[in-house]
Design a protein around this ligand. Structure first.
Ligand SMILES: [Zn+2]
Length: 218
């Protein structure tokens, strides 16, 4: 089994099981990775044999501590690479995810360390996602999707990193990580939210965008 394949599965399980201890399922992993459940089942037996996950057919499956460490290493590589591509190589934040998906499996620890130092050991990537430290400790994510919050004052802390169209749209509107605004009219019936920006400008967002922009109250 190619190590990049194993790494992608571990990363998917980490993502799907989230912070909770409830674990995930073969069906969810199949959907996430766009493969058949049969393919996932074969891989789950392999990961179980390697002591990376706990897995009982027809029950939940979740990462064991060693699997979580491995998954967090891939996440660290992914996010540091994205940071490097934006900060040092001046790529746009809408074009770095796909590159990081490839490079995260091949970069050496030595090179990664060097990049980390050049960047000043950042704690968050360009999309606002926390970067696990070298011991696999990661800041908890408490941001909520803009779609789910009530009217009030908020700050953008994170956006989904895997949708170039969304990131391009945010570029067009100049909406960045750290911007503060007031959510004025969450019009659920019309499927639209309206933000009042600090400069006085109004910005309307569809629900699809609002589900992928994460905020915290200010
Ligand atoms: Zn990414």
């Amino acid at each position: 089994m190619a190590s990049s394949t194993v790494e992608n599965y571990l990363k998917a399980i980490l993502h799907l099981q989230g912070e909770g201890a409830s674990g995930t399922t073969v069906g969810e992993i199949a959907k996430e990775l766009e493969v058949t459940p049969g393919t996932v089942t074969i891989m789950m037996r392999h990961l179980k044999d390697r002591g990376l996950i706990s897995y009982e057919p027809r029950r939940g499956l979740s990462l064991l501590p060693s699997g979580r460490v491995e998954a967090l290493k891939v996440v660290r590589r992914h996010r540091l690479i994205e940071s490097f591509l934006v900060e040092v190589m001046s790529l746009d934040w809408s074009e770095v995810h796909e590159e990081a998906e490839i490079l995260e499996h091949v970069i050496s620890d030595r090179l990664l360390d060097r990049m980390d130092k050049m960047l000043g050991e950042p704690t968050h990537d360009p999309h606002g996602d926390p970067i696990p430290d070298r011991n696999g400790v990661i800041a908890e994510n408490t941001a909520q999707p803009l779609l789910e919050v009530a009217a009030g004052e908020y700050r953008v802390v994170r956006v989904s990193d895997d949708d170039p169209a969304l990131l391009g749209w945010l570029n067009e509107k100049g909406l960045r990580i750290g911007e503060e605004f007031r959510l004025t009219h969450p019009d659920r019936a019309a499927g639209l939210l309206e933000l009042a920006r600090r400069g006085g400008e109004r910005l309307q967002l569809g629900f699809q965008v609002a589900g992928r922009v994460f905020v915290e109250a200010v």
